[in-house]
Design a protein around this ligand. Structure first.
Ligand SMILES: Nc1ncnc2c1ncn2[C@@H]1O[C@H](COP(=O)(O)OP(=O)(O)OP(=O)(O)O)[C@@H](O)[C@H]1O
Ligand SMILES: [Mg+2]
Length: 330
């Protein structure tokens, strides 16, 4: 079968691909295809048939939004393997969409449609706080995922090396290189000067982020989601769901927790309050390692390529930058 290039304007191609893979029921007709939601990495469609809707998500050898940036296609197989392994785990599978089919040669997943709900990125506006119940359910999910993966080691290799190396570069390395060429003032006037007087002049900070980066690259025995932030959390009629585990790997649980902590702070929560909520809802973990990962995540989101829809003044960014640096250097 030739490689299938998913395209919302070619319903006939989508139809025959589904048919060839025996994914359509007898009376089923494809009526329309639309963008499933906001996303950068992959090509993700919601397909509407006369009987149901479902998601088709294709990984291409580049970042969908920036085709000049290469990206490893193995991410589709990693995500599919994650969905498969985690579907059976209690407290985990119930909060994940079902994987309906995976075509390895096309790097294409067919996934249960959770409906056109919103993700949690609106909370970056800090107009309201993330409801406690939803946050509790996300942290219980995370704990169950980590624990179940240790108790029932999946028979799959979740090294996800290429994706991890890509992420490693953008989290632990690039943002801290003074000559990286990123136009920070193009993101926000005054950001370049702020970087100069905070993160760019500190050899010790660079040493620390490099050491943490090695920790991120090391293999562990806990399966992580790998990108546990508001863009991966979906609000649906059936409650909160977790999507997009393409950065999953087996490592330190504290990486997922640290990323989560950083984003709770971006959503307006005090650092210590957020940490207490993690402790209360998730349970025990290495708080220092978690906070180190959180601090790096904060800095890379402010000074790196993976920008968020934040509405923070330079003064506010300076305040969180100083908190993050203090965490990393003491
Ligand atoms: N199973 C699903 N049910 C409903 N909507 C979904 C589902 N999967 C994805 N979506 C929608 O499509 C959007 C993009 O999906 P996803 O985050 O998986 O893609 P991505 O390209 O990896 O995104 P990113 O660049 O943020 O990593 C989601 O934000 C969500 O709105
Ligand atoms: Mg993604």
């Amino acid at each position: 079968m030739p490689f299938m290039h998913l395209d919302q304007n070619h319903l006939d191609t989508i139809h025959s691909w589904l048919q060839q893979n025996h994914l359509l029921v007898p009376e089923e007709e494809i009526l329309s295809a639309e963008k499933a939601g906001e996303g950068n990495m992959n090509y993700t469609l919601r397909i509407n048939s006369n009987l149901r809707s479902f998601i088709l998500k294709q990984a291409r050898p580049y970042v969908e939004k920036y085709p000049s940036i290469a990206a490893p296609v193995e991410r589709a197989a990693m995500e599919a393997a994650f969905f498969k392994a985690a579907a059976q785990w209690e407290g985990v599978g119930e909060m994940l969409p079902r994987l309906l089919f995976f075509a390895p040669e096309d790097h294409l997943q067919m996934i249960e449609d959770l409906g056109a709900g919103a993700d949690f990125t609106a909370f970056y506006q800090r107009k309201e706080v993330i409801p406690q119940k939803e946050l509790a359910s996300l942290l219980k999910f995370l704990h169950a995922l980590h624990q179940q993966s240790r108790e029932n080691p999946p028979g799959h290799n979740f090294q996800n090396r290429a994706m991890r190396e890509l992420n490693h570069f953008h989290i632990f390395d690039f943002p801290f290189q003074p000559e990286n060429g990123l136009n920070l003032d193009g993101i926000q006037e005054g950001l370049q000067a702020l970087a100069q007087r905070t993160i760019f002049q500190q050899a010790k900070l660079r040493e620390k982020t490099m050491a943490l980066g090695l920790r991120y690259l090391a293999d562990g025995d806990t399966l992580l989601h790998g990108d546990f932030f508001p863009g991966s959390w979906l609000r649906t009629e059936r409650g909160v769901f977790v999507i997009d585990p393409e950065f999953c790997f087996q490592g330190d649980a504290e990486f997922d927790l640290g990323v989560c902590l950083a984003h709770l702070c971006f959503c307006g929560m005090e650092w210590s309050v957020a940490l207490d909520i993690l402790r209360g809802q998730y349970g025990a973990f290495d708080a220092d390692l978690c906070q180190d990962f959180a601090a790096v995540e904060i800095l890379r989101r402010i000074y790196g390529v993976g920008q968020l829809p934040l509405s923070m003044s330079i003064a506010e960014k300076e305040a969180v930058t100083l908190i993050a640096i203090e965490q990393l250097l003491t």
